[in-house]
Ligand binder design. Structure first.
Ligand code: ADP
Ligand code: MG
Length: 454
């Protein structure tokens, strides 16, 4: 690691504790190293125009402050995309270059089928992704991958792109997050650069659109995306889409689009079981550039049973344990692991119990408001006297905490996903038409907020 990389790592450490986890993961975590130093500027390669703009707008000042502080003299960072470097350097070879994390089309070279650990929860998705990568445009178009956050959708989607590029370096792949697409489209409107836009999005062989749910509500963008989709689809160009929910449940996305998504093949990724999680940790360990490659099984089990629903968190926990034991010169045991993970586990416990209390609170405020008992709110009685408050409580929990429908069903006597979904949609619609319902819900919300503060 050169001095500038070290400086960047140090700044990253500060950023991680300053910004929320999501910002950190989206914006900074992928940037592992610096690119070069020229004229008092440290150049850092970022994956997209969108990320670059975000950094420049919100974080650059802070980064430069930290850099100058640590360096002891003025030094500035410059964040650039691959495209901007192109004229001076020809580093964009589609061939795999082990030193470069990003390949053309925004592809992250580290996401491959090889390092995707397959288990029951992702087997079908994995197989279909392989097939699609093997015969783009011919097997399933679009391929629609959905699942909760941190379960490997982006990894699998990018593996498809990397595989296709490995087979044929002349193939043009484009990976874009839905918010990047929104941003590009907004810029197009502002600057009327239709040609650039079309060049970027139409002259390609494979389009990978990540987190499509973000497009919800952006109507004009959706219309443009619809045109693009049809254009590529008609030429048999492979399209892959990921989302946090099935197409039929996407909010505020036009049916014209969602019905297109359903034309191809939909696959989902579920939460991995314990064995699978341990396997992921083992694989991670083998590739981690640390000296420790051997961890006792009980330690792996401890980590894998503490982080259940999100593989990103699972990996983060492993890294933390390795780092902690290494810097404190401790043996890797369950005790030292527990010690290393304590801060993470503490916040997890806190937010879990806080949320559980809050779900209870919503249920009891709603049942109070309608003068029914908590048992009846949760129970099976079908009289509208009970059904309406029940639906309202489900709706409020969903809109406040956005936990999966299935989980909410669990809070209401084990009702299934579709029952809760239907309830939430009904209330969402009714509010718009029924002012007295809206008033009731506003009052309930005020009461919940009051109780939370006191
Ligand atoms: P999502 O897009 O669903 O939120 P990601 O694809 O970003 O999730 O995955 C989160 C992290 O977990 C990434 O670092 C990814 O490499 C890793 N990961 C997810 N699934 C697997 C898997 N099956 N095998 C190995 N690593 C995985
Ligand atoms: Mg993702």
């Amino acid at each position: 690691m050169n001095n500038y990389d070290q400086l960047w790592q140090r700044i990253l450490g500060d950023l991680e504790s300053t910004f929320n986890e999501e910002t950190y993961q989206d914006v900074f975590e992928p940037i592992k190293s610096t690119h070069k130093f020229v004229n008092g500027h440290i150049y850092v390669l970022v994956q997209s125009e969108f990320i670059k703009n975000r950094i420049n707008r919100f974080y650059l000042t802070k980064i430069n402050e930290l850099a100058t502080k640590y360096q002891g003299e003025p030094i500035r960072f410059k964040f650039v995309t691959e495209q901007e470097l192109l004229p001076e350097e020809t580093l964009v070879s589609p061939e795999r270059n082990l030193n470069l994390k990003y390949r053309p089309g925004n592809l992250n070279a580290t996401y491959t089928f090889d390092n995707f650990v397959v288990g029951k929860s992702n087997m079908f998705a994995f197989r279909m992704a392989m097939k699609v990568a093997d015969q783009p445009g011919a097997v399933a178009n679009p391929l629609y991958i959905f699942g909760d956050v941190g379960l490997g959708k982006t990894h699998l989607m990018q593996s498809i792109g990397n595989y296709i590029l490995d087979q044929d370096v002349s193939k043009k792949i484009l990976y874009v997050k839905a918010d990047g697409f929104i941003e590009d489209f907004a810029n197009l409107l502002k600057r009327e650069k239709m040609d650039d836009f079309n060049h970027k999005y139409r002259e390609i062989d494979v389009l990978l659109v990540d987190d499509i749910q973000i497009m919800g509500g952006a109507t004009r963008t959706q219309m443009e995306f619809f045109k693009l989709f049809d254009y590529l689809y008609q030429q048999n160009k492979q399209i892959v889409i990921t989302s946090d929910k099935p197409a039929s449940e996407l909010k505020n996305i036009m049916t014209r689009l969602t019905s297109r998504f359903e034309v191809g093949l939909t696959v989902d990724i579920q939460v991995p079981d314990l064995e699978h999680r341990i396997e992921i940790l083992k694989r991670k360990l083998a590739t981690e550039s640390s000296d420790i490659h051997d961890i006792p099984n009980n330690v792996l089990e401890f980590i894998a049973s503490s982080f259940v629903t999100n593989i990103r968190e699972l990996e983060g926990a492993l890294k933390r344990v390795l780092f902690y034991c290494l810097t404190n010169n401790l043996d890797l045991t369950v005790e030292s692991t527990a010690e290393a993970l304590e801060p993470l586990l503490r916040t997890k416990r806190k937010s879990d119990s806080l949320n559980e209390n809050n779900y209870d609170k919503i249920q009891s405020v709603v049942s109070d408001f309608y003068g029914i008992s908590l048992e009846d709110l949760i129970g099976k009685k079908r009289h509208s006297k009970y059904v309406v408050p029940r639906h309202i409580a489900m709706y409020l929990i969903k809109s406040r905490y956005n936990i999966p429908y299935k989980t909410i069903g669990g809070l209401f006597g084990d009702r299934d996903h579709s029952t809760v979904l239907a309830a939430c949609e009904k209330i969402d619609n009714d509010i718009k038409q029924d002012p007295s319902l809206k008033l009731a819900i506003d009052t309930i919300l005020k009461k919940i907020d009051f109780l939370s503060k006191n």
